[in-house]
Design a protein around this ligand. Sequence first.
Ligand SMILES: [Zn+2]
Length: 474
Amino acid sequence: MRLLAFALALVSLLPRTLPAQRPDSLAEEVRKYVAVDTAVVALTHVMLLDGTGAAPAADQTVVIRAGRIAEVGPAARVTVPAGAQTMDLSGHTVIPGLVGMHDHLFYTAAGGRAVQMSYTGPRLYLASGVTTIRTAGSRSTYAEINLKDAIGRGLVPGPRIHLTAPYITGAPGGGSMDVVTSPEEARRFVAYWASEGATWIKAYTDIRRAELGAAIKEAHKRGLKVTGHLCSVSFREAVALGIDNLEHGMLTASDFDPSKQPDVCPVSTIGRNNEADPRGEAAQATIQALVKHGVSMTSTLAVYEPFVANRPTKEPRVLNAMAPEVRASYMKIRQEIDSTGSGPIAAEGLRSAMTFEREFVEAGGLLAAGVDPTGIGGALAGYGDQRNYELFIEAGFAPEQAVKIMTANGAKILGVQRQLGTVERGKLADLVVLRGDLTSDPTVIRNPTVVFKDGIGYDSAKLIASVEGRVGID
Ligand SMILES: [Zn+2]
């Protein structure tokens, strides 16, 4: 008995490490997508962007052993262990698995569609190189709890999932969200979902300061964090209330509207900041407030781009993944937006949002990214995460900065940066192999060949083939 107590005490002294999933624990439904399942793998001669923000390094070798990164460095200096499966990846780029911070497991699209993505979501995320997601608000929370469990048990292919509770909002909001009308109700909501395993709370556009403040206090008491797609509460007010993260950046901030009344969301939401100055006084004050209080921000440029006229938003692989009716209604609304010459979001509005994010990062802010597969349905799970990378490059970020935003920064916000988010020795082997040189062509982000999660390599093309024509159904 005493020995057992001693052993348990020893175990509790060990660093808290996430165990890596092993290939022999995978069910047939997962195994059929597995391309690499050997314990020791060497990825040789790759262009490496390691997620730390360091300059890209050519001709590198990454050694994976039992699900973890065992070695990384110049190909000339790293010895490939005897018996390793060597993959000569000249002409390829390796980046850490993407951490999608606004990666819902439901999809909404043109024509009022809304569907849970228990089938297409996890496959598309993993196929696209997204190995960790935060769900950032849920509609069918138990479907997501069960999916997380199924992925963890090796029954379904998919990313690691950080669960977010259903949305909380205030009147006149509603739909699938909890409309909280008192601080007591907000506390009760948080306590319940904490007990069900949620680690994040998502506040939405009509919540009032009193309820948001109560939710944040209760969440922090229970070790949860709070993020928001806000409107009735400004970014600066939310920072003062102690929020941890803010979604969507400048496109949803109500800090730019001088006529805004407390606790009320102004009528026009989308495109409201088309004319606002991303370097002006309100922008700088907002950025300073976030940076000073360590509040991170999630960029979701990909979901907003389809609201802007004449942007490249009809990529064939995106249209192929959609169910036919979804595709038809998406194309119809895209045609309408293009024919006006200016959509709900002006071209300048999108550009300002990009500038605001650059300013935030330059001021020392912690920026992450996610797809948000909602809006008019043009930003699909995974594909939209990749599109964010291209939009970051368009915004003026260097490739290594964009990769860091999409990997290490997300891991830091989730509190898993010691395990994930960079290609460094000892971390879990979540890696994306991309065909081509990402540093010279941003569209290379669309070319994962093998996506490693826990050192197990998944065949991206096979996963994509399994979802064709199904997005918008399940
Ligand atoms: Zn969202």
